[in-house]
Design a protein around this ligand. Sequence first.
Ligand code: MEV
Length: 396
Amino acid sequence: MLSEVLLLSAPGKVILHGEHAVVHGKVALAVALNLRTFLRLQPHSNGKVCLNLPNIGVKRAWDVARLQLQDTSFLEQGNAAAPTPEQVEKLKEVAGFPEDGANPECLAVLAFLYLYLSICRKQRALPSLDITVWSQLPTGAGLGSSAAYSVCMATALLTACEEIPNPRKDGESASRWTGEDLELINKWAFQGERMIHGNPSGVDNAVSTWGGVVRFQQGKISSLKRPPALRILLTNTKVPRSTKALVASVQSRLLKFPEIVSPLLTSINAISLECERMLGEMEAAPAPEHYLVLEELIDMNQHHLNALGVGHASLDQLCQVTMAHGLHSKLTGAGGGGCGITLLRPDLEQPEVEATKQALTDCGFDCWETSIGAPGISVHSAASLDAPVRQALDGL
Ligand code: MEV
């Protein structure tokens, strides 16, 4: 068992193209964001397992001995399937939640219990741990906060149970795991995501695990080798929405109008492929024409997403405001509110960027400029973390 404190972080993501279509087997292109979720794991011998999630006001503790006595044998059935409604009910009982407990706080706790009981089940005794997770990512905004949470949690528990090594043992300040370790982390993180979202494609946990720019299709993941340094404006409309409900609404529209919706998904797939081709060409020599194509792709995809029914008045407003400044935007993630991205061409003067940001802020949106392609799951030394992150993890 791990004996020292473990500090981890995993990035959020934006989807460039392919949200929703990816749930139906199409290609998505996703990039890791330089906004991260941090986890601190402290091994104990006090017979308790404690979970602190300061962003959403969760502070829970369980007696390890009581958890050990619960009948959670169903967790040994294998890892391929999503947790069944019966299993979720059983875990709610273990957590002491009412039957209707399906809010973000409950789901975060259930995902933790699911991963803790499943990953640690091979241990002779369940470990005593104190885990704190704090995030720079807004929740429910489409930036992959639940995936970053699941990736951190899966990594922490796999490391605590020595299923994967602790790369910091070799004394480096921030290192990575092998490809095989990352596969295992991603597999378990996907189970956490399933607990939270029901039927996710797996793209969010993949990009949070590997970082950079990821192409994802039906669980097949590849990284773009040398993607161009795209600048984007990220805007949070602050309109809350549920990924699970939006994914279900696209599914029912597909069932209702297969002849109409299926070609939309095929077209979104083609947009992802064309974007991938452009990014490939830009590796060698980015030119203004490439940005014009990327802008056209953004516009077309935004219209398709509206046709799928996952748009929102706030996202229309975001597109109109940025268009007034000559910039192109689309929703990112599940839509229905949440976040949008705006491509910033390299020739754009900073005052124009500032004016656009101001116009978006005046709409009541949060808006920040960001670069894309951050590293995936990482391990840290305490000294390498910024003071605000350390304080948040220490509960100060
Ligand atoms: C959510 O970030 C992206 C969706 O495509 C859902 C998924 O892929 O699981 C809407």
